[in-house]
Design a protein around this ligand. Structure first.
Ligand code: NAD
Ligand code: MG
Length: 391
């Protein structure tokens, strides 16, 4: 049994909390060195009291003060800022980093972990969407081990031969099949989609997740981002990645081989399973998740995604094919549009309309450095805001 020393970036989020749930079940295997959070200081304090990390990281000096006061008397060093996130992601005493910050903010610390050669448990899909090539290069250069947390990619990873060499052809893989639940609006009358509220959009039928990813699931942008994520994780071409709607969320994804075999990973939908898989990899540990009861489930069903209902999925394939910085543009515009929707500033259908406009204007440009990418990201956000306010 290996003892892993962990940094958890985004400890207060859904993935972070689930990670700590698994960690708490195996104190002999996992030791927490650093935790980070942004606004939920009470939750971070509680986590610090329970797991006694060496470091706790927040974003601002004000939050750091608040945290310090609450942790007085405990031997926990409080740090703040993006650089501190990079520091705790690359500490020598840490071997495993859970990258579970949401959105573009998660990229720099995830890159730092990759460069430092850690076992990187990647939940922050936005890093791969924005900077897939740069991130994969950093993993290679740093000698890092990349383990996917996104349930679909974790399922694909589990269904691939080991060790996966990054060459689908060599392993006889024909296709990656990402499953999608279809979210809360799979069967809702298309004419009524214009009236969707944020509250309806975040009510996912099978998963409890952060608000941003919940809206992404409703629009199926999440699946689009996951197609791009799969492209980089498994070095697959867009035409080697297909999406199949599977409303029960029991099969988490599949790999189809040249001989016609399809391998899948099944489980109850609970993020503790992919998290535990990656945490203990290559060993297996208990998660507390209920055993799968197939007779009780009765049936698993499948359908093709409705591209008219879910235009965001098509936009993601467009961005992937256009290459260059297109996926970063799409991701930036999406973050802006989803936030505006959650704030009741735009209607649900304005999300794809905004993305499409921003992608038309800014897609396809090359990006030869991370600085290029971040400039394009800024530009895409500005254009998305402009598009939204001009409406
Ligand atoms: P969440 O909103 O519940 O949590 C986000 C975490 O990031 C929190 O700890 C928050 O404090 C931190 N954070 C937010 N903004 C930050 C910033 N600017 N700087 C530093 N920290 C910041 O999100 P989540 O659902 O846990 O998702 C986290 C990541 O995992 C996302 O990239 C998401 O796409 C991915 N993911 C989530 C799930 C899921 O089931 N929740 C599944 C697959 C992938
Ligand atoms: Mg997923």
């Amino acid at each position: 049994m290996t003892l892993h020393n962990l940094t958890i970036l985004g400890a207060t989020g859904t993935i972070g909390v689930n990670t700590l749930d698994v960690v708490a079940r195996h104190p002999d295997r996992f030791n927490i060195v650093a935790l980070s959070g942004q606004n939920q200081i009470d939750k971070l304090v509680e986590q610090c009291r329970q797991f006694r990390p060496k470091y706790a990281v927040v974003l601002t000096p004000e939050k750091a003060q608040e945290l310090k006061a609450a942790l007085a008397g405990l031997a926990i060093e409080v740090l703040y800022g993006v650089e501190a996130l990079e520091t705790v992601a690359s500490l020598p005493e840490v071997d495993t980093v859970m990258a579970a910050i949401v959105g573009a903010a998660g990229m720099r610390p995830a890159l730092a972990a990759a460069r430092a050669g850690k076992r990187v448990l990647l939940a922050n899909k936005e890093t791969l969407v924005m900077a897939g090539q740069f991130f994969m290069d950093a993993v290679k250069a740093g000698g890092a081990t990349l383990l996917p947390i996104d349930s679909e990619h974790n399922a694909v990873f589990q269904s691939m031969p080991e060790p996966y060499t990054g060459n689908l052809h060599v392993h006889g893989v024909r296709r990656i099949l990402l499953t999608a639940s279809g979210g809360p609006f799979r069967t809702r009358a298309v004419e009524t989609l214009a009236d969707v509220t944020p509250e309806e959009a975040v009510a996912h039928p099978n998963w409890v997740m952060g608000r941003k990813i919940s809206v992404d699931s409703a629009t199926m942008m999440n699946k689009g981002l996951e197609v791009i994520e799969a492209r980089w994780l498994f070095n697959a071409l867009p035409e080697q990645i297909d999406v199949v709607v599977h409303p029960q969320s029991i099969i988490h994804s599949m790999v189809e081989y040249q001989d016609g075999s399809v391998l899948a990973q099944l489980s109850n939908p609970d993020m503790r399973i992919p998290i535990a898989h990656a945490l203990a990899y290559p060993e297996r540990v208990a998660t507390g998740v209920n055993w799968l009861d197939l007779p009780k489930l009765g049936q698993l069903t499948f359908e093709s995604p409705d591209t008219r209902r879910f235009p965001c999925l098509g936009l993601a394939y467009d961005a992937l094919r256009a290459g260059g910085s297109s996926a970063a543009v799409l991701n930036a515009a999406n973050e802006v549009a989803v936030e505006a929707f959650l704030d009741h500033r735009i209607a649900y259908l304005t999300i794809p309309a905004t993305l499409s406009k921003v992608l038309d204007r800014l897609g396809g440009r090359p990006a030869s450095s991370l600085d290029d990418l971040s400039a394009i990201d800024t530009e895409a956000r500005a254009l998305a805001i402009e598009t939204i306010t001009a409406r």
